[in-house]
Design a protein around this ligand. Structure first.
Ligand SMILES: [Zn+2]
Length: 350
């Protein structure tokens, strides 16, 4: 693997390549294809879900010399200079570090000048919720009467902190956490492209621990490849992430379901004696119990566990009582492990 960070190297170059945000990207693609381009977009959603990538692709698509069905061709001068980060007409501002009135004012002053070389001047303002109130007011003035050649793409992880006056001037798109299956599939593609072998289980554990952020998943994959090379196994990933206790957590969850108190307590003692993190055990057990409850109540939601684990969870569900599960989940999720993560007592009480 090269020294280029994976998530940069494999950053999507087309709207269709953005993982897990089909409703957003398809709408944008249609808009570009039919030349219904807005002057202000607001992209909201958790970190690592593709907002900035989408903003850059959109900047290419609207400026591309020969767009293909709303997608950039990634070959013309506009596309290439944006990909290489040297386009004069794409201005990226990180509002976390340029949040003041002067930053926005200097932007508003320059905005009336025609683009240097492209059809549109595109301003991407990342983490826009960080702007000061004055800066928002200055931005609002610009958004109220944007010149024809300007497009604003605002991105934020915290849409509730963006003033409604700004939001109402924008076309809003909500990015969701990337589903586990889409994430695992993307990681498998990356491994294929990088010549790394990895078991399905290894990728599943990586995807799960990234909680919906593809950037996190890609960084974890890179870390795993650097540490272990190829092929990647589930056990290695568990070691890397400090998840040694997953098998024990599943065992404990099954003892809880079947109310076998003695065995349950001895499982906790084993984990405690092995020096593993009991808070991790607590999280995993709670998560397993929740899955058993979901299966029990007939949910068909994607649980994202391997076939083997899912089979065990289903078996546990068939012998369980819903009311007992609810009590157990409450007890385990509220067990207070904050003060002393090495004491098994709170878990034993639960
Ligand atoms: Zn192009």
């Amino acid at each position: 693997m090269t020294n280029q960070v994976l998530y940069r190297k494999w950053r999507p170059q087309k709207l269709a390549d953005v993982v897990g945000q089909e409703s957003v990207t398809q709408t944008l693609q249609r808009a570009v294809a039919t030349d219904r381009i807005s002057h202000a977009y607001l992209l909201c959603g958790p970190r690592g879900t593709g907002k900035t990538s989408t903003a850059r692709i959109l900047a290419k698509a609207v400026n591309c010399k020969s767009p293909i069905d709303g997608e950039p061709d990634n070959e013309c001068h506009a596309c290439v200079s944006i990909s290489e980060g040297r386009a004069l007409d794409l201005i990226e501002i990180d509002a976390a570090s340029n949040r003041g009135i002067d930053d926005i004012r200097s932007l508003s002053d320059k905005i009336n000048f025609a683009p240097n070389e492209f059809r549109y001047k595109v301003y991407i303002i990342d983490e826009v919720h960080m702007l000061t109130e004055q800066a928002f007011n200055a931005l609002l003035k610009t958004l109220e009467e944007p010149p024809d050649h300007a497009i604003f793409i605002l991105a934020t992880t915290e849409a509730h902190k963006v003033p409604l006056t700004i939001i109402s001037r924008c076309q809003r798109y909500d990015f969701r956490r990337i589903p586990l299956s889409a994430m695992s599939q993307k990681l498998a593609e990356l491994c294929g492209a990088e010549g790394v072998e990895a078991t399905e289980e290894a990728l599943e554990i990586l995807a799960r621990s990234a909680t919906g952020s593809l950037r996190d998943a890609e960084n974890l994959l890179e870390q795993a490849v650097v540490s272990y090379g190829s092929p990647l196994q589930g056990d290695q990933i568990r070691d890397m992430l400090g998840l040694g206790g997953d098998a024990e957590a599943l065992k404990l969850a099954r003892h809880v379901v079947t109310k076998t108190v003695g065995e349950g307590l001895s499982t906790i003692t084993e984990v405690s004696n092995s020096g593993a993190d009991l808070r991790q055990l607590q999280r995993s057990v709670t998560e397993f119990l929740r899955s058993v409850m979901l299966i029990k109540s007939g949910s068909t939601d994607e649980l994202g566990y391997s076939e083997e684990v899912t089979t065990q969870l289903r078996a546990a569900a068939s012998g369980s009582e819903l009311s007992h599960l609810l009590r157990a989940i409450k007890a385990f999720s509220s067990a207070d492990m904050r003060h002393d993560s090495s004491s098994p007592l709170p878990l034993e009480l639960a």
